[in-house]
Design a protein around this ligand. Structure first.
Ligand code: GLN
Length: 378
């Protein structure tokens, strides 16, 4: 039988993390922390296991956790989601994204995707027989040209995928974008898939523009969030999806046959932990300090910094250093200087190469220091 995804190879995150491990390089490629989660959180999960929360959770998630999520979302963004019908706990953001796409995209439906784009969107769309309509954004600002988006819309357009704070470009949606988006989808039957897994990683006092803030957008949106990014526990593969009841009903039809439900003790532990708002309110400061420290360091290297308003990624341009392809340069730096990064061309369907690398700064200060020291030798 032929491949269902003939153009798809192994995800760049696996490739670069494996290379970093093989060479013993500092791994600033795949986005995950190199420090541990809060011991209070791991103790709460331990407790849950000890107390016997070790059987299937309800299909849509542990109800107290869904209630806790509803409270958080209402407090932060003013939107009221019904925990019973509008919130589902997922095995990470990626599963939520796949499920939302599988639940809504039919053969020949078109989905608008902004590139560079996180690499899990397009394969899911294609598997469902949909067509990816991509719009390339230009560095260093990667602003969305909404008149171009309008031109991409046809009567087959079923969905627009948004991602703010954005991976890999570290840009965020602003009020102007929201206004343009709202005008564009008004009176059109277009869904929004909003990947908001970095919602708490917004810097310089800026506001996270969640779709949940805007009723006219919220009513057509799947919003995806991640506990891995929130609690420095990417290995737990825990997240959730919010959507209005009719959309969520379709989402759950798929969710129940992909994972059925998500592991119970972590849901129980997270429920308790989430009651303390400071566990997420402190995140912008925590990561902004890392961002500033890393940017200061990188500014002493030959690499050129791109803006960073959100997420835990910092992109750099090296086009003034060499014109080697970004994939080759990322490998070369890993081999010769011991620092792994992600070549941003991996986020373009056409492999567009602007000579930009992405570094993850969710790392201990000493890791960032050591990485900068090595990158000084470039
Ligand atoms: N979100 C992470 C990143 O961008 C990767 C997660 C994964 O490897 N699937 O680095």
């Amino acid at each position: 039988p032929g491949s269902k995804l003939p153009q798809t190879g192994t995800t760049i995150f696996t490739v670069m993390s494996a290379l970093a491990a093989e060479l013993g390089a500092i791994n600033l490629s795949q986005g995950f922390p190199d420090y541990d989660a809060d011991p209070r959180l791991t103790a709460l999960v331990n407790d849950a296991m000890q107390k016997g929360y070790n059987q299937y959770a309800p299909m849509a998630g542990w109800m107290p956790l869904r209630e806790q999520i509803a409270q958080k979302v209402e407090k932060l963004y003013g939107a009221v989601y019904n925990p019973d019908t509008e919130i589902t706990v997922t095995a990470g953001g990626t599963q939520a994204i796949f499920t939302a796409i599988a639940a809504t995209i039919n053969p020949n439906d078109e989905v608008i995707v902004f590139e560079p784009a996180y690499d899990c969107y397009a394969p899911a769309i294609k598997l469902m027989g949909g067509t990816v309509k991509s719009l390339e954004l230009e560095p260093p600002d990667y602003r969305i040209a909404w008149d171009m988006v309008k031109r991409l819309i046809s009567n087959r357009t079923r969905m627009i995928i948004l991602n703010s704070p954005h991976n890999p470009t570290a840009t965020i949606l602003r009020q102007e974008d929201i206004d343009e988006l709202a005008a564009l989808v008004k009176n059109r039957d277009i869904l929004i898939l909003s990947d908001e897994v970095y919602e708490h990683l917004v810097f310089d006092g800026e506001v996270h523009q969640s779709m949940a803030r805007y009723p006219e957008l919220q009513e057509r949106s799947f919003i995806v969030a991640s506990f891995g990014k929130l609690f420095h526990t990417t290995g737990w593969k825990m997240g959730y999806c919010l959507a209005p009841a009719a959309l969520m009903a379709e989402f759950r039809k798929i969710h129940q046959y992909i994972v059925f439900s998500v592991n119970t003790p972590m849901q129980v532990g997270i429920t308790e932990y989430l009651k303390d708002e400071s566990v997420y309110n402190t995140l912008p400061d925590f990561f902004q300090r890392k961002r500033d420290f890393f940017r200061d360091g990188l500014s002493q290297t030959r690499l050129e910094l791109l803006p960073c308003s959100g997420s835990y990624f910092q992109s750099v341009s090296y086009k003034h250093i060499t014109d080697i392809k970004d994939c080759d340069y990322a490998i070369q730096i890993t081999r010769e200087h011991g620092v792994a990064s992600i070549p941003v061309s991996a986020f373009y369907s056409k492999g567009t190469d602007h000579k930009i690398l992405r570094f993850c700064f969710a790392k201990k200060q000493e890791t960032l220091e050591k990485a900068v020291e090595r990158l000084m030798k470039l």
